[in-house]
Write a protein that binds this ligand. Structure first.
Ligand SMILES: [Zn+2]
Length: 179
């Protein structure tokens, strides 16, 4: 008996080769096929990729799904607020930066951002899931933007002076930027 064909959704396109993606988060398999590719050929191709699909799906669903507003986000906010408050209180005088206004938000692609002009710093609620040293790095990074709006040599100099290990912390947070 042949191995079962993994479930997939098919889109036909004006294209030359078969293509497949495994959607991160859900593990859904999406196949694109040339307009005239026979169904049995597509099925055979998908079956031949079954092992690869299974591995990709395991990886796709292991990744944490983006946080949505709700009880979990609220709990993270409650945990994170005092941590951020203490870090901002500690680092503002240490770095000699003006007092910012800060807030927490659910952010899709960033850990934090700083509006240099309005002095408003926004922290991602998902920092509540991160280790303390990484939260501290994001706080120092955003405060540094009160002195240096861009990521130029001046910014690196401020970071080097205050948090020498910041490059490693930045690498640890990869996948999402610290703006
Ligand atoms: Zn930045």
């Amino acid at each position: 008996m042949p191995a079962p064909i993994p479930a997939y959704t098919l889109t036909r396109k004006r294209m030359k080769n078969l293509r497949m993606v495994v959607v991160s988060g859900t593990g859904e398999v999406r196949v694109s096929a040339p307009l005239r590719a026979p169904q049995r050929e597509i099925d055979a191709w998908v079956r031949s990729k079954a092992e690869w699909i299974a591995a990709k799906q395991a990886e796709a669903v292991a990744r944490p799904v983006a946080l949505a507003p709700g009880p979990e986000a609220d709990a993270l906010r409650r945990e994170l607020r005092p941590v951020l408050a203490a870090l901002v209180d500690e680092w503002v005088p240490r770095m000699g930066v003006p007092e910012p206004t800060w807030r927490m938000r659910i952010m899709r692609s960033r850990w934090g951002s700083c509006n240099h002009t309005t002095r408003v710093i926004t922290f991602s609620v998902e920092l509540g899931r991160q280790d303390y040293h990484l939260v501290e790095y994001v706080v120092v990074h955003e405060l540094a933007h009160l002195l240096e709006p861009n990521h130029g040599p001046g910014f690196s100099a401020v970071m080097d002076a205050h948090l020498p290990g910041w490059r490693e912390h930045r690498a640890e947070l990869n996948g999402r930027s610290v703006d």
